[in-house]
Ligand binder design. Sequence first.
Ligand SMILES: O=P(O)(O)OC[C@@]1(O)O[C@H](CO)[C@@H](O)[C@@H]1O
Length: 466
Amino acid sequence: MQSEASSRGDLTDVSIADNEDTIEQLKELRFNEKNLIIYSPPGTNDELSARYLYSFAFATFKRRSPGFIQDLVTCLRIREPEIIKECGDYAHFDLKRTIWSLELLREEMINNEEFQIFRVKAPDTESWNAFLMGLTEDRRQWFSAVWIHAECYMYRRIWSIFQRSDTLANYDYFGDQKMSATRNLTPMMRGILVATRKLMRRKNNFQHLLKLSTWGNRCDLSITTKGPDANIFHRISEYDADLLADQSANIWEDLTEACEPIYVDIVCDNAGFELFTDLLLAEYIIESGLARRVRFHVKAIPWFISDVTHQDFNWMLNYFRKHEFKEFRAFGRRIHGYIRDRSFILCDKSYFWTSGYDCSQMKRMQPCLYVYISEAALVIFKGDLNYRKLLGDINYNSTDKFSDCLRGFQPTSVCALRAIKSDIYCGLPVCTVEWLTEDNPEWMISGEKAVIQVAIKHRLSGDIIV
Ligand SMILES: O=P(O)(O)OC[C@@]1(O)O[C@H](CO)[C@@H](O)[C@@H]1O
């Protein structure tokens, strides 16, 4: 039997806990009121934003991103000895300042402060500042801005914090995570590599590799840390039921009917396993003569944790070339050969991919990049973030046509290979979103469903469309 004292103690504990809950709720209410948080979902054609309480954007800035900055700080503290080894003794002082600035950034986010212009000189500082100045006053805070603007701003801010110090300016603070994720998946990649040797030029083989590259997007380091299914390559058709839109046959047709010289551009997303699946797709495209050249676009700065940078791309090639498994060494040599004979091009740095602009603004903001991409017969946009950049984070009707949602961005045939990890859709069959949400309200952030979509643009021989 409980003693009187202990039951009194329990009661006190319960009421303290209740009180704490109530205080928290009151704080939340006050925050929502002060920051004009909206309790209904965004309307059709509104932009996604953390101003909507029941959105993934709100969850991102309320919990995920502050947590992620905190994790980054912890990680820097733990890794200090290795960082000093890599960047020199003075890094000790720079780390202190960096950590302090990261904590301030976290506070700014939690308190929904206004975006600041960038002061550290970098190749994209001017254009980022012009972008920020162009935002209307009611769209310049974490919980009022368009979601993709605020999220890109966060990653750009983190980068500028590291740029402030000489010792850490070239340090990729996500590098270790990317490399160890690649190493962990090596045995699985080996199996897939062996299975993809000498595939004939056939529609179903092309579709198989396109789907592999789509599901490769399932694993990033920001949301879906769970690795891919070890048997993914052999079980790819079992995943077809989870492809909410599959236009892979149209992509094959478009590519096989394209006029020479045929280039395919891949706007990469994640390093590691996803990049590996992209390289396999690119290798197949070259080997089967579907295109003369594949050009890879990667990020100029560390981005959304696991996005591929030039450094990651080169690291992976070297990793393969020096690997103990001969299959990887042969693959690495082959890729290196493609780079030497320019069948593969790792495109020069473009800061457009890490800007706040969406793709419909590329022609105006980066005309050279637009013309460059126009030379390709097909451009493949990988992943969830690139999908948001294509759609400008607009909450389209889920049944709207993919090509309409590009809002005029059509330098060439544009294709998207995306595992769905955010609440934005288009080109889906009627009622799909409603049914899936009824079953599991969080399906759209799980990466368990995917789409392969294309907006075809037929070009005449030798056309470069400006
Ligand atoms: O582009 P990726 O790697 O497929 O996904 C990036 C991502 O994890 O980041 C955003 C949330 O922070 C989401 O849009 C998306 O799920």
